[in-house]
Design a binder for this molecule. Structure first.
Ligand SMILES: NC(=O)c1ccc[n+]([C@@H]2O[C@H](COP(=O)([O-])OP(=O)(O)OC[C@H]3O[C@@H](n4cnc5c(N)ncnc54)[C@H](O)[C@@H]3O)[C@@H](O)[C@H]2O)c1
Length: 423
């Protein structure tokens, strides 16, 4: 049966279909995989043959933010997610693209849908409190959608910080939860410092090893200063997020040295070889470039995630995109009220950021602080009237819409901006 017909059923129908097949019946997943493989070959041929006029059309188009949310929510609903949770995921992925992290927006949608199709994620699961003690809580995500679990946990951490001055929530039984910065921003909206980190499937080879044993283990800490100023650090503890290599591969571009190794453990600039090995260097790269610091940070994240929560950790987490077992990721969420410490922290942060920005530089560009590139990306989206996706991403999304039987994303003409107007 064609996959489109399967997905063409309503959400409940699709779930019933999966349940009827039983635990060991891989037919649905294998049809999906074959279809993806075929589509990937077809896409490559299409890209090669792409007419220059349609290329120009894609390049001159953007997608309004609300339309991105509508499309992603429709896709998630189609595979059994409740409308409310679908919107949570959609808003998160749109925000990633809006902030310029294209590796973790629309680029991840297909993976979430596949995980549901393969019964690796439960699209209707709700997080459950295991332990709740004063400023702390331990949550079981019950194998639900990472963004739904993440939002629930950060809301709880915020509530605790408002009551106790600080809130720390640890989650297990979770899945890929998107960009860490989203959760820091949630706390910042409430005038709190936000922190979040997650473990991930093993993708990083610890310094001196050629085998991946820790994840890209990203972390984020954010604090708002005065007059819209802010510091939002949001980073993988590998040299880059794997999604950036996927994006380079999608665009048929080489990757810089120091991001990843090939299957033989050699530094590679070939995005395909990097994806084949799925073995990244820690932040810093090789040992001679202090990569052991990134390795140490990834291990720090693991202490706060898998070790603290009792979820999976390190090399015991399932391989990236594997369907051997559920992910059972660990995640950590903290909210801190700066006002319970020395008064005036916002003023001090504003002062510090100003001092940093005014430092002398070697070139024309001024010193930035973490969060600036994302603000520039958002500014560009606002000026252009929507998010500007790479043409290969737009084509992939069109195909995906057909497969799922949802209305494709509606593009609009980009508003041209003069270079001097870019933030
Ligand atoms: N959920 C997951 O499994 C997972 C895994 C890895 C990464 N991620 C997400 O992927 C995204 C990308 O991660 P990344 O490490 O590739 O990010 P990145 O390298 O693009 O940016 C990292 C940080 O550096 C800051 N920055 C960039 N240029 C700067 C400059 N010139 N001066 C000062 N600060 C600067 C950015 O604002 C950001 O806070 C993040 O949102 C991360 O949370 C998620």
């Amino acid at each position: 049966m064609a996959l489109r017909k399967l997905y063409g059923r309503n959400c409940r129908g699709l779930l019933q279909l999966q349940q009827h097949r039983g635990e060991n019946e891989p037919a649905f997943a294998s049809i999906f995989r074959e279809r993806q493989c075929l589509r990937s070959q077809q896409q490559q041929q299409q890209v090669a043959k792409m007419a220059s006029s349609s290329t120009a059309n894609y390049r001159e188009s953007v997608v309004p933010k609300e339309e991105v949310v509508r499309f992603i929510a429709d896709c998630m609903c189609k595979v059994g997610t409740t409308p409310e949770d679908a919107r949570t995921v959609a808003h998160h992925l749109m925000t990633a693209d809006y902030r310029g992290h294209f590796s973790h927006g629309m680029n991840r949608l297909q993976m979430y849908v596949e995980d549901i199709a393969k019964k690796m994620t439960d699209p209707t699961a709700k997080p459950r409190v295991i332990r709740d003690f004063q400023a702390t809580a331990l949550i079981d995500g019950c194998n639900g959608l990472g963004q739904v679990i993440g939002k629930h946990c950060m809301e709880l951490a915020i509530k605790k910080a408002q009551q106790f001055g600080t809130g720390i929530v640890s989650a297990r039984g979770s899945n890929h939860y998107g960009i860490c910065g989203y959760y820091s921003l949630m706390a910042m909206e409430q005038n709190l410092i936000g922190f979040s980190c997650t473990n991930t499937s093993p993708l990083m080879a610890p310094t001196r090893s050629v085998r991946a044993a820790l994840g890209t283990n990203p972390l984020s800490l954010g604090m708002a200063a005065n007059e819209g100023e802010e510091f939002v650090l949001d980073m993988a503890t590998t040299a880059v997020a794997l999604g950036k290599i996927e994006v380079a591969h999608r665009k048929c571009e080489a990757i810089p040295e120091g991001w990843a190794m090939d299957t033989a453990g050699r530094v590679t600039t070939d995005a395909e070889a990097a994806l084949d090995s799925s073995t990244l260097f820690p932040l810093g790269g090789e040992e001679k470039n202090s990569g052991y610091k990134g390795y140490g940070l990834a291990l720090m994240v693991e202490v706060l995630c898998g070790i603290l929560s009792g979820g999976q950790y390190g090399p015991n987490i399932r391989s990236w995109k594997s369907d051997s077992n559920v992910a059972n990721l660990g995640q950590c969420f903290m909210a801190i009220d700066p006002e319970v410490f020395a008064p005036g922290s916002k003023d001090r942060l504003s002062h510090l950021l100003k001092q940093l920005r005014e430092l002398p530089t070697s070139g024309d560009a001024s010193v930035q602080v973490a969060g600036d590139p994302e603000r520039a990306a958002m500014h560009k989206v606002e000026k252009e009237g929507g998010i500007s996706y790479h043409e290969n991403q737009l084509k992939a999304s069109e195909e995906f819409a057909k497969d799922l039987g949802v209305k494709p994303m509606q593009l609009i003409k980009k508003i041209e901006i003069k270079q001097s107007n870019v933030f």
